[in-house]
Design a protein around this ligand. Structure first.
Ligand code: TTP
Length: 706
């Protein structure tokens, strides 16, 4: 849904940079002999010469269009060079293009805040750079203005003879009577031209750009003069630009909303929206959308450039057109495995390079239904994301099964593993979203644990900024399962309330279902699993919370002792050879038997009846220490391979932990050099003013809490 954002009165300079026929340029850089030739990049699928996904400007002159297939393109342009996208795992591998896009972003980021909007588009906020330039020297004082700047298009600037265009542009840029906004725009145009030349020099790619005072106008402008050109939008030209601009071409108006404006209000251009009052638009489309429409009619858009250099999500997908549609669960599983492997590789490399993790896995599919003309879409499904290709594969197939049950109805779904005639999958994709930075400092903790950080991680600091690329549609609104796993519970909830609520809400289920581990479902249909029944699905809201919040606190009460004494004993023992792994190992050894018992109870959903308080205390103690360890091992994805204590973890039944139950005072007992980092990890997970240092959680849950 469009979001209305108020525009500040401050002058802003925003650029939208869009690469020209991007995939073609990438392929031409690989094979310079293709430069200057009509060229197109085709999809992996070879049907009728493969679908064109990028077309060079030379080929466009012959009438070659993206909507064509290779065979058709060859008919209109026999000399066209068709290059197939790189292939891996039987599908297009877009890594080369992604990396090429990153090269461009890193050049642009030298001048201002950048938001990577897609694989080949970037928004930039150049306000500060333009202000600085204006302060130093106003364009009217510049003797030498580069040709590239003079080739700019200035909307609204009347040029009678094209041969005079550069002279007219120079005049416009250097007007001493220009208002402050236009002077800043002139500076912005100079900066953008320099950046585009820099991009060409460093990457060999050309790009086009729009320069305006907001994102919406900058984006419209960048597409107006391509390739390798830039367009400036002075405030005075906004009305003229929008007056005749087709409504359906506006971002967010290509779909139902745009169609409704056309059919219900008779609005075909943005300018025609000016006839309607804000109230009228609000009455028709709601307060927010109404205001947003009123704003765009006037070129108002307060959206910030987000400062994000990395993808907002990762996705991997494949289409299976026509006769290639997938008709058996095993063929779906085969392809999901490929997609999930790719996704997992990309997630791992994102983690290694950028220290980010994704929290949500989403599956999308498109289908046809062979035995009816039902237009019901295959429902998208989401669940918390667990790292590791095998886990992602398991979760993805379970999500698929859940979607399929809903799509065709459970009782009709009896064709597992065999050919069926009632459905066919024409497209599959898996996406990982809700990316969060993992806290800094992990590196030294990992070293402390004896774990391995990937080599690149020590070279790069996590960037502050984190784009939407091949992005799956947002999980919000789509149904999801709320299988809380330890990873999800330990990481990445920036807002404590949300996370704590989520943990609380999920606790009851965890007791019954251990870690809500999807992998433990035999057939994806077990009673306790998040994918077990339609009731187990819950809609995500924007905060990632689920309907389960409404559930009462679990009745089971744990007596959690302070770990202080136990840890003291062990840290004393470890003195001089301090290793938390050793410490953990000791705990694992000490508590294996009671822990197993506890886990068994947890799995069967029994309340604790292990017996003596001391038994239970040591059990809880083990859990706390294990959970401290697991926080790190899971978060960094190392799983602490090779350490003996890990085996204890891996060998035991899957556990989930309530972070609230970790007594923060245990950290006091850790070596000083890692205390601070541990605290940084635990901080967002604590419940200040509720669980006091060293307090016994039995007391907290006993009903006597204040
Ligand atoms: P676009 O920016 O839409 O197009 P483009 O860069 O090829 O050409 P233009 O100069 O007109 O901007 O897309 C960027 C790349 O994304 C494009 O080179 C190929 C890829 N792409 C697809 O794979 N499928 C698609 O449907 C579209 C639109 C793009």
């Amino acid at each position: 849904m469009p979001v209305a954002t108020r525009e500040t009165s401050d002058a802003r300079i925003i650029a939208h940079v869009d690469m020209d026929c991007f995939y073609v340029q990438v392929e031409q850089r690989k094979q310079p002999s293709l430069r200057g030739l009509p060229t197109a990049v085709i999809q992996y699928n070879s049907y009728k010469g493969g679908a064109l996904i990028a077309v060079s400007y030379e080929a466009r002159k012959y009438g070659v269009k993206r909507s064509m297939r290779g065979d058709e393109a060859q008919e209109v342009c026999p000399q066209i060079q068709l290059v197939q996208v790189p292939v891996a795992r039987g599908k297009a591998d877009l890594n080369t293009y992604r990396n090429a896009g990153s090269e461009v972003v890193s050049v642009l980021a030298s001048k201002g805040r950048c938001e990577r909007a897609s694989i080949d588009e970037v928004y930039m906020d150049l306000t500060e750079a333009a202000e600085a330039m204006l302060k130093e020297s106003s364009p009217e004082n510049l003797d030498d203005i580069h040709e590239e700047v003079l080739k700019s298009h200035v909307l609204g600037l009347h040029v009678e003879d094209e041969r005079d265009a550069k002279r007219e542009v120079r005049k416009w840029l250097c007007r001493s009577d220009a208002d402050y906004h236009d002077k800043l725009l002139a500076c912005g145009a100079i900066i953008v031209a320099e950046l585009r030349m820099q991009v060409l020099k460093e990457t060999e790619f050309t790009c086009s750009a729009g320069i305006a005072h907001n994102k919406m106008l900058a984006k419209l402008a960048s597409a107006m003069n391509k390739p390798a050109q830039q367009t400036i939008v002075p405030r005075s030209s906004v009305k003229g630009l929008l007056e005749s601009f087709p409504i359906k071409k506006m971002k967010q108006l290509g779909g139902k909303l745009g169609s409704s404006l056309q059919s219900d209000l008779g609005v075909n251009t943005v300018g025609e929206l000016l006839k309607f009052s804000e109230e009228k638009l609000q009455q028709r489309y709601g307060i927010n959308t109404g205001t947003w429409l009123w704003n765009i009619a006037r070129g108002i858009n307060g959206e910030e450039v987000e400062g994000r250099l990395l993808p907002k999500s990762h996705g991997s997908g494949k289409t299976f057109p026509g006769p290639q549609a997938l008709k058996t669960i095993s063929s779906v599983q085969h392809w999901l495995n490929q997609l999930c492997e790719e996704l997992s590789e990309r997630l791992q490399s994102d983690l290694d390079q950028n220290k980010r993790i994704a929290r949500t896995l989403t599956l999308h599919a498109r289908t046809y239904k062979g035995d009816s003309d039902s237009h019901k879409n295959f429902p998208s499904k989401s669940c918390p994301l667990r790292y590791g290709a095998a886990k992602i594969q398991e979760d993805a197939i379970n999500l698929f099964q859940a979607g399929l049950r809903e799509y065709i109805g459970f009782h009709n779904n009896k064709s597992q593993g065999s050919q069926n005639s009632s459905w066919g999958i024409t497209s599959l994709s898996v996406g990982a979203s809700k990316m969060v930075n993992i806290p800094s400092g992990t590196h030294s903790i990992v070293k402390y644990f004896g774990g391995q950080l990937p080599p690149s991680s020590s070279l790069k600091q996590p960037p502050e900024n984190v784009i939407h690329e091949a992005a799956p549609s947002s999980p919000s609104g789509s149904e999801s399962c709320s299988g809380l796993n330890s990873y999800e519970s330990q990481l990445g909830y920036p807002e404590e309330d949300t996370r704590v609520k989520y943990l609380k809400a999920s606790f009851g289920e965890q007791l019954q279902d251990s870690s809500c581990d999807l992998s433990r479902q035999g057939d994806g249909l077990t009673e306790e699993s998040p994918l077990s029944s339609s009731q187990a699905f819950h809609s995500w809201n924007e905060n990632g919370t689920t309907e389960r919040e409404a559930q009462p606190e679990p009745k089971r009460i744990h007596a959690i002792p302070t770990l202080k004494a136990v840890v003291k004993k062990n840290t004393a023992k470890e003195k001089g050879n301090c290793s938390i792994l050793e410490l953990f190992k000791n705990y694992s050894d000490q508590c294996t038997s009671s822990e197993k018992q506890h886990a068994t109870n947890a799995q069967t959903g029994k309340t604790s009846s292990i017996g003596s308080e001391s038994n239970y205390n040591s059990d809880s103690t083990c859990n706390q220490v294990e959970s401290l360890k697991e926080i790190y091992c899971e978060a960094i994805g190392t799983n602490n391979r090779g350490s003996s204590s890990t085996q204890a973890v891996e060998g035991r039944p899957s556990w989930s932990y309530r972070m609230e139950e970790i007594d923060p005072s245990v950290v006091d007992e850790l070596p000083p050099e890692i205390q601070q980092e541990f605290r940084a990890w635990l901080r967002p997970l604590k419940r200040p003013n509720v669980v006091k240092r060293g307090s016994i959680i039995t007391h907290y849950f006993s009903g006597n809490k204040n």
